[in-house]
Design a protein around this ligand. Structure first.
Ligand SMILES: [Zn+2]
Length: 264
């Protein structure tokens, strides 16, 4: 279904994109809950949000994605304690994930799958960056959803399963090798599960590209932000770079492959 005709966005398609953006912002709002509670082992379903300063429950009308933060100008309604702009940023990022997924692949299973995958990657990237943890809730939940999506997509379930096995398998082998040589565990179970999930969504070739891209992004970060040495790489949140690489491969994989093939 074309989104644009003669350079103009079709009205019904514009409405679809607006709906996707709003849904994405709502999921972004839930991402804020996941990002805060999962690394702290708190229940993500039960327990209403409350202000950490005055403990007031956040009313539904103060919990509307993006709008509430703007109306309240980033302050609690009761005690005026500042609410981090990070909440707004994650809601906007969630909206962007859904908008990009639907814009790129349309209101199709592919579009829904891409939007969901981008949202999970966003949560994983932010949690690993801050806590150096990749919660199994997100990777296993994402993997199951990815398998369900793959039933309705081409390439289908076998490719997804193969991708998952390749992704998780490579990290397992590297991790074992590292342990044999250095005597310590280099990459944890979180990385294994993450790459398993990424493989399910992107297939065996995609997951290899993600591994390469993640290592590249991590190295560039270590060399620039990490005071010019790779020695600190043991402390790198590798999951964040893998998640970023997975988003790039999802959206630009074909173009990057074409670019690469045209230069060899
Ligand atoms: Zn308050």
């Amino acid at each position: 279904m074309p989104l644009v005709e003669n350079g103009m966005l079709l009205p019904n398609q514009a409405l679809m994109l607006a709906a996707a953006t709003w849904l994405g912002a709502c999921f972004g709002s839930f991402s804020n809950v996941l990002i805060y509670r999962l690394p702290r082992n708190k229940d993500v379903v039960r327990g209403r949000s409350h202000c950490p300063s005055c403990n007031h429950m956040v009313a539904w009308y103060d919990n509307i994605p993006v709008l509430s933060w703007l109306v309240l100008r980033g302050k609690c309604r009761h005690c005026r304690a500042p609410i981090s702009p990070r909440y707004l940023a994650v809601e906007l990022a969630g909206a962007a994930c859904a908008l990009i997924g639907i814009w790129r692949f349309g209101w199709t299973v592919e579009g829904l799958s891409a939007s969901f995958f981008l949202l999970v990657l966003l949560d994983i990237a932010l949690i690993d960056w801050e806590h150096m943890i990749i919660p199994h809730t997100l990777t296993i939940g994402g993997a199951v959803a990815g398998l369900v999506f793959s039933f309705f997509m081409v390439p289908s379930l076998p490719t997804a399963l193969l991708g998952g096995a390749v992704g998780a398998g490579i990290i397992l082998v590297v991790s074992w090798g590292y342990k044999l040589v250095r005597g310590v565990i280099g990459m944890g179970g979180g990385d294994v599960m993450l790459m398993g999930m990424v493989g399910i969504f992107l297939g065996p070739l995609g997951v290899l590209a993600v591994l390469f891209g993640g290592a590249l992004l991590g190295s560039v970060y270590a060399l620039t932000a990490g005071r010019g040495s790779v020695a600190g790489s043991a402390k790198l949140p590798f999951g964040t770079f893998l998640a970023a690489a997975a988003a790039i491969v999802l959206l630009f994989g074909r173009q990057l492959l074409a670019l690469y093939l045209s230069h060899i």
